[in-house]
Design a protein around this ligand. Structure first.
Ligand code: ZN
Length: 261
């Protein structure tokens, strides 16, 4: 099931996305919240009539770095022995169709298309064989990065944590099993031109490793998001650009880069 979060007439709701053609999609409004007991209401609204919101409101976004060998080399780094993580704040999250604000303290904004894992239940110290039970689903992410600031500053709170630095969406796909999620095509385009193309099977540490590693350190809550790293091909974003992340079996996350007003 594809579960979207949206606003309609000033109210926020979750809905199950039905249909195949982009301009014919409808939302079946969900009674309750998707992480707990819920049911479809049968009340349907065309997707074109609502504003999609970030599909979840995470308490935190944990992002893994250097998880694709070719990308690690393109930035001139060694592949780390163990997966390493950093945090993006909840305030950096925006949804599909929202603007990315070019931060005034950077001159080198980069895109990083990534598969995002959405956690479905509170968990800690998740054993490998239970990882599938704590995952709610998957969505597309753009780990937008002020690359010049990242190079200058040891901690990446500013470089990767500014407002709008974490587009997520368009919705959460809940029907992918682990084997499939670990083998999806990921493509990123800027103004329709392909910049990144990879497969999640190229990840050095698959989804299971990432959930085990981070849950050893911290409690994960329903709606928390884990970014799994980006394939090669990262590059600049300029004001006016439209950037789109498409992941096979999930959908397309599209955002425009604007000057912060
Ligand atoms: Zn990244």
């Amino acid at each position: 099931m594809r579960i979207a979060r949206f606003s309609i007439d000033g109210n926020v709701a979750f809905g199950a996305v039905e249909g195949e053609k982009q301009d014919e999609l409808v939302l079946d409004i969900i009674k309750g919240i998707p992480f707990a007991e819920h049911e479809l209401s049968g009340t349907k609204v065309p997707l074109s009539k609502v504003r999609l919101l970030p599909p979840v409101l995470p308490s935190k976004v944990v992002a893994f770095g250097r998880n694709y060998a070719e990308h690690t080399r393109e930035l001139g780094h060694e592949v780390p022995e163990a997966p390493f993580a950093f945090l993006k704040p909840s305030t950096s999250v925006v949804g599909t169709g929202d603007d990315i604000h070019y931060p005034p303290f950077s001159r080198e904004l980069h895109h990083e298309g990534e598969l995002a894992i959405v956690i479905g239940r509170m968990c800690r110290e998740v054993p490998r064989e239970r990882v599938r039970d704590v995952i709610f689903g998957y969505t597309c992410a753009n780990d937008v990065t002020a690359r010049d600031v990242q190079r200058r500053e040891k901690q990446w709170a500013r470089a990767k944590g500014f407002d709008t630095a974490c587009p997520l969406g368009p919705w959460v796909e809940t029907d992918l099993d682990l084997a499939r999620a670990n083998d999806l095509t990921l493509q990123l385009t800027v103004n329709g031109e392909q910049r990144q193309l990879g497969r999640t099977s190229e990840m050095i540490h698959p989804i299971e490793d990432l959930v085990v590693t981070i849950s050893e350190a911290m409690t994960l809550l329903p709606g928390d998001v884990i970014l799994t790293g980006t394939p090669a091909g990262v590059g600049p974003l300029n004001v006016g650009d439209e950037v789109a992340v498409t992941i096979e079996g999930i959908g397309t996350l599209t955002n425009k880069v604007v000057k912060r007003g």
